[in-house]
Write a protein that binds this ligand. Structure first.
Ligand code: ASP
Ligand code: MG
Length: 412
């Protein structure tokens, strides 16, 4: 089987949905598992609804707008009396039902039950549309296949359960299903973390022993840097899993960090290609002995920097570091760069679950802190340091680190 993943940007409107059919026409649709994200910015829109629900504010307008957007897309894809419209009504009834009946106050639980509807809607529309357009497929509820623990918003996959369930699928068929979502052993919906659809695609690819996974993007493939952020970027046609893992580690947003491990374990080739130019080669990530020579540039924004030192100016020692990392791990804060000096530990970190203030409160009980919010982390890989002045220009450099051909700068 082949696994294809289409992200939110590729299905942001009716033309995007129609374009999926164009891609399938060019690629063939025969034993294909198609994974789709929520349309456009639907996930963010649902997050606002959840926020308002939690704060006991009225969110009727926001829900109505989300519904209207999808109805509009359907009206450009289907005849007036097509079942897509009643399916959509049914899905929005379920959302309403949840809000009416819910007694849980667990934010993460509520978040997953609601945010997952973005993918449920998009996959339903896409599946129905492709059937109309002659690409026969079966709609699959990913919640019945991807099983996780009950760690809402960041579910950990139960591989044994998941493999067993996916193994029951008929591999000669075509399927359309959701990225990002799964369910726990109590059948509550869970999600795999923001941007997790790529990871879903990799999970399906792994469990299906797929011949390849292709992620369809609005860029030609993996570039030497994000073309929206850096000048003079070029396409990388072939890279190794290790190279891609490192790029993801440093924050190249084109590759979701969890996607590569399952693929690498089974040597499943991974393609990143343009949904606008499906016949172009894009990037192939696979087993490769070739070491990348090109400098690659990665920008990670919305990072925060703290300098931690002891209140009595003693050295930062192992016991301090262990305590600090326990707090970080508990709050699911991800360190993107650290630097140790005699009396201070500098940490640049990502705060996906907005726990920064808890971190600061806890650390301040024991340490002195200096904090700088909203910094950027620049990483240049494979650099010989000859061509890097441009990274220092017009920046207020807060921290710098060079190791083994990798330059990292934290700047404001
Ligand atoms: N729709 C989800 C998000 O925006 C998952 C994804 O797009 O991969 O985070
Ligand atoms: Mg998305």
């Amino acid at each position: 089987m082949k696994v294809f993943k289409f992200g939110g940007a590729s299905v942001k409107d009716a033309n995007g949905v129609k374009n999926v059919a164009t891609v399938l026409k060019s690629e063939g649709f025969d034993g294909c598992m198609l994974i789709v994200s929520a349309m456009g910015k639907t996930t963010n829109e649902l997050e606002i609804v959840i926020e308002k629900y939690i704060n006991k504010e009225n969110f009727n307008v926001e829900i109505a707008l989300i519904k209207e957007k999808h109805v509009q897309i359907c009206s450009e894809l289907f005849e007036k009396n097509h079942s897509a419209f009643s399916e959509l009504d049914g899905i929005f009834d379920k959302i309403e039902h949840f809000f009416r009946e819910n007694n849980s106050t667990d934010y993460n639980f509520i978040y997953d039950q609601i945010v997952s509807f973005g993918e449920i809607i998009s996959s339903k529309i896409l599946s129905l549309y492709l059937n109309v357009a002659g690409f026969k497929n079966e709609y699959l509820d990913a919640k019945n296949f991807i099983k996780t623990d009950s760690n809402f918003r960041d579910g950990i996959v139960n591989w044994i359960e998941t493999e067993e369930r996916i193994a029951t699928l008929n591999k000669t068929q075509n399927f359309v299903t959701q990225g990002f979502i799964g369910s726990d052993l109590n059948a509550n919906t869970t999600t795999l973390g923001r941007e997790g659809s790529d990871y879903s695609a990799a999970i399906f690819a792994y469990c299906l022993n797929a011949e390849a996974l292709t992620i369809w993007k609005d860029v030609p493939g993996v570039m030497t840097g994000d073309p929206r952020k850096f000048e003079d970027t070029t396409l990388l046609s072939n890279i190794s899993y290790e190279e891609a893992i490192e790029m993801a580690y440093y924050g190249a947003s084109i590759i979701h960090p969890k996607t590569l491990q399952p693929l690498k374990q089974k040597n499943i080739p991974f393609f990143v290609k343009s949904f606008l130019k499906p016949s172009e080669k894009g990037t192939k990530v696979s087993v490769s002995e070739i070491n990348l020579k090109e400098e690659t540039y990665i920008l990670k924004e919305n990072q925060h920097l703290i300098h931690i030192s002891t209140k009595d100016f003693s050295f930062i020692a192992e016991n301090h570091i262990s305590l600090i990392f326990n707090i970080l791990s508990k709050l699911k804060i991800k360190v993107s760069l650290m630097q140790n000096s005699a009396i201070s530990l500098a940490l640049c970190f990502d705060d996906p679950f907005k726990n920064k203030n808890f971190l600061i409160d806890e650390l301040q009980e024991q340490f002195r802190l200096e904090k700088i919010e909203n910094v950027s982390l620049f990483t240049v890989r494979n650099t010989n340091l000859t061509n890097i002045e441009k990274f220092y220009k017009n920046k207020d450099i807060l921290l710098e680190q060079i190791s083994r051909g990798t330059l990292q700068i934290v700047a404001k």
